[in-house]
Each structure stands twice: as structure tokens, then as C-alpha cells.
Design a protein around this ligand. Structure first.
Ligand code: SF4
Length: 434
């Protein structure tokens, strides 16, 4: 049965995402729409973001600000003064500072003095694009930093008071062998509890990127599926032994280290995305609206109002299916009480019916009023998502084809999800640091 279609209630919580699209160079696996430059239009971009915030924040004015996230690109290329100006303006607009302010950074971008400045303007969490602590892998990935720089940046960040540090790792790089994961785990063990969060993603060879072309020409070895699966399993075992908990398919945290900004997407909070390429989600009386900013920097800098934007009105049932899809990727699962409060009792019943087959197969369990994936069930996240889209959004008359779609897609994932070509889901949504 498809879920009922009336507009869901907002959660009342808001995340703000600011996209900073600049990079000093292009990594050989990257097909994001980045602006490659060594000198960024610092003040001009800040002014445009502040103008966009002032204009668009009114649509979210009665929401409670939760988190602020600067993603990219390379947000750490922006001056601390500009980051601070945006942090202050966001806090002022919503009447309180965010409870978590994250900046994505590459290890080579950060000095001790720069880290101190970031702390002083209100940044309290760093997401570091380490990708690997192994020199050979960093060379294949074309990264500009060394393993030593990555370690030193982590230590320096902890020294200046960052209590929340996340490290991104890219698995399944060309040439990866069985010892690759050992090297990553050894480095993480040496750094101790300075790191409280790890995101691990498999590399996807996006068409026409330098890495993809070289692999196609046989200049780099592809990574066999069994090596991917073994690496994923070994990394999971190792992270668990270091005290990390897998709380989302690709994300691991020590106690207290979960990313709060990402959680907002997973539980259906609204978000305001600022800057070129950023996405927003707004729940108004007519239903959910997903807005996407265009990517023409020149238009944005000239007058942010002239930037092309699109707005997609989602069916309430589509929004519910998406919430179930992302929720079942996390160990928090889907809160049935919340579904009833925000949609309806019928919607709750539809989700509960959908979950019954997951419960029967042992891939999910009921905890109080939540449907949560079991530990092995996290490997079935893609299948949960396919089920949710097929079951909650399709008309009831198509039950037969829905069943066929479900049978075709109900299979476990064998490795972490691939690195999204768009970086985060670029909804301003959570994504691997690049
Ligand atoms: S992978 Fe990240 S740092 Fe490298 S070019 Fe792409 S956005 Fe920039």
C-alpha cells in the first residue's frame, strides 16, 4: 500500500549548509563541479553568501537552528574571517549559535595558526580529507598531502582544542592490496582518541576522470570485488576494536562523536543550502520542496538573486520513502511514532507493514517504536531503500510490479557505498570529504 499523501509536519529543526566550491587543484578521481584556483574571491563570495542568507532565511525563520556545515570543494581555503562572518550571520538570523559547526579541510590547508583562527571564529568540528595514511595510496589518489602531514594536522587540531575530528578514507583505490587497511588502522590506533569519527567510502571511477582513463588503459590495476569486500570487513572489525561504532552504513563514531549535521538529513529535518550548487529542503503547507542552486559562479558573485535555481515539489509519499530509505541506513532506524506524528496513522501502518518482511528475515528489529537494521541488516541498506521507494510511492494497483521490483533488488551490499560523484549528496547533504 502506498503511503497517504498529505503534507508532512516539519520537525521544527534546521541545518544550514554552505557550499564553498574552490579547490587549489583537481584530484584525478574528482568529477565535481569545482572551481580550480589558488586565489579565491574571498570577500565577494562571502558577500554573496551573506546576501543569500538574508534573503532566503525568512522562509525558515521559525525553525530552531541545529547545525552549520561548510562543505566543498575546499572550505578551508576561505579565510577564517569570512567563515566567521557567515557563522555570526547565521547565528544572528536564527537567534542562537549552531550546536555544531563543521568545516571540511584537506590536511595541507591547515597550519597551527590557521587551526587556532578556525576555533576562534566558532568552528568546533573538522572533517579532514585524509583519504589514506599510506603514501602509495595518496600518490595513486593524487592527493597533495603526505601521511606525516595528515598525522600532524590531526595532532595540531587536537592541540588547539578541536574535540570533534572526522577523518575520511577512500577504500578500493587502484592497486589496493590486503595490507592497505592494516596501514590505515595502525595510523588510527596511533592517533588514539583525537579522532572521534571516520567516514569510509569505496572509490568510484567516474567516467573521463584521469583515474578512470588510466585504469581503462591498463595503466592502473582495477580492484577486484572480493578485495573490496574483504577490505570493508577488515576495516569494520578494526574500527570496532578501536572503539568505533558503525552508526550509518559508511560512518563510524566513538561515543559522543556522531555527526549531528548528517543526522539531520537522516531524520528528515529541513535544511537551507547556501552557495553555488547547494541544495535545500523546505516543508511548507503545500508539501516538501527541494531547491537546487545553479553552479555559475559569475552569476552568483554579480548578484546572488540572478543565480539559476530549481524547485522540485515532492509528493509527501516520496518524502516519506526517502526518509525510510536514509533512516534504514542508520542504527537509529525509522521512528514509527514520528512518522505518525508528522504524516498520519495510515503512513505509520504502511511503514510497519513494509518493515514486517525485514523483521522476518532478521535484517531489522523493532526497538520500542523504532524499526532499526540489525548489525548484518546494515549490509541490506540498498535493498531497504529499493523496497521503500517501490512500496511507499507506487500506486496500489501496481502491486505485482512492485513485488517484482522488490525481488529483483533485495540483495545485500557487499561493500561500503561508492563515493558519490556529486560529493555530498550535494543537497548540502552529508557526503564524504574529498
Ligand atoms: S576531490 Fe575534493 S579536494 Fe579534490 S578536487 Fe574534488 S572537491 Fe577538490
Amino acid at each position: 500500500m502506498s503511503a497517504p499523501g498529505h503534507a508532512p509536519q516539519p520537525t521544527g529543526r534546521l541545518g544550514v549548509y554552505v557550499h564553498v566550491p574552490f579547490c587549489a587543484r583537481r584530484c584525478p578521481y574528482c568529477d565535481f563541479a569545482v572551481v580550480v584556483t589558488r586565489r579565491i574571491p574571498d570577500r565577494e563570495y562571502r558577500d554573496a553568501v551573506l546576501a543569500e542568507l538574508a534573503r532566503r532565511a525568512t522562509a525558515f525563520q521559525d525553525r530552531t537552528l541545529q547545525t552549520l556545515y561548510f562543505g566543498g570543494g575546499t572550505p578551508a581555503m576561505w579565510s577564517p574571517a569570512s567563515l566567521g562572518a557567515v557563522i555570526d550571520a547565521v547565528a544572528q538570523r536564527f537567534g542562537a549559535p549552531p550546536i555544531e559547526t563543521t568545516v571540511e579541510a584537506n590536511p595541507e590547508d591547515l597550519t597551527s595558526a590557521g587551526l587556532t583562527q578556525l576555533r576562534s571564529v566558532g568552528v568546533d568540528r573538522l572533517s579532514l580529507g585524509v583519504q589514506s595514511f599510506e603514501a602509495a595510496t595518496l600518490a595513486v589518489l593524487g592527493r597533495a598531502h603526505t601521511p606525516q602531514q595528515a598525522r600532524e594536522t590531526v595532532v595540531a587540531a587536537a592541540d588547539v582544542g578541536f574535540r570533534h575530528l572526522s577523518v575520511d578514507l577512500i577504500l578500493a583505490a587502484p592497486g589496493d592490496g590486503p595490507r592497505r587497511v592494516d596501514a590505515e588502522l595502525e595510523a588510527l590506533a596511533q592517533l588514539g582518541d583525537t579522532i572521534d569519527h571516520v567516514s569510509a567510502y569505496d572509490l568510484t571511477l567516474e567516467p573521463r576522470t584521469s583515474l578512470a582513463v588510466r585504469t581503462e588503459r591498463g595503466l592502473l590495476p582495477p580492484v577486484p570485488d572480493e578485495v573490496r569486500a574483504e577490505a570493508s570487513a577488515a576495516l569494520g572489525d578494526g574500527l570496532r576494536s578501536l572503539g568505533f561504532e558503525r552508526y550509518e552504513v559508511s560512518n563510524w563514531a566513538r561515543p559522543g562523536g556522531r555527526a549531528r549535521h548528517n543526522a539531520a538529513y537522516w531524520r528528515g529535518d529541513e535544511y537551507l543550502g547556501l552557495g553555488i550548487g547547494a541544495h535545500s529542503l523546505r516543508l511548507d503547507a503545500a508539501g516538501p520542496v527541494r531547491e537546487a542552486n545553479g553552479s555559475r559562479l559569475r552569476d552568483y558573485l554579480a548578484d546572488e538573486r540572478t543565480l539559476a535555481r530549481t524547485a522540485e515539489h515532492l509528493a509527501a509519499s516520496t518524502h516519506l520513502a526517502e526518509l525510510v530509505m536514509v533512516g534504514m541506513r542508520t542504527t537509529d532506524g525509522v521512528d514509527l511514532q514520528d512518522v505518525e506524528a508528522r504524516w498520519s496513522a495510515d503512513a505509520r501502518a504502511a511503514v510497519a507493514r513494509l518493515a514486517e518482511r525485514w523483521l522476518r528475515r532478521g535484517h531489522a528489529e523493532l526497538r520500542d517504536h523504532r524499526v532499526v537494521p540489525t548489525t548484518p541488516g546494515l549490509d541490506w541498506a540498498d535493498a531497504f531503500g529499493a523496497d521503500a521507494l517501490a512500496e511507499l510511492t507506487a500506486p496500489t494497483s501496481e502491486a505485482g510490479s512492485r513485488e517484482a521490483a522488490r525481488s529483483a533488488t533485495y540483495a545485500p551490499r557487499s561493500s561500503p557505498p561508492a563515493l558519490d560523484a556529486e560529493g555530498t549528496t550535494r543537497d548540502g547533504a552529508p557526503q564524504p570529504k574529498t
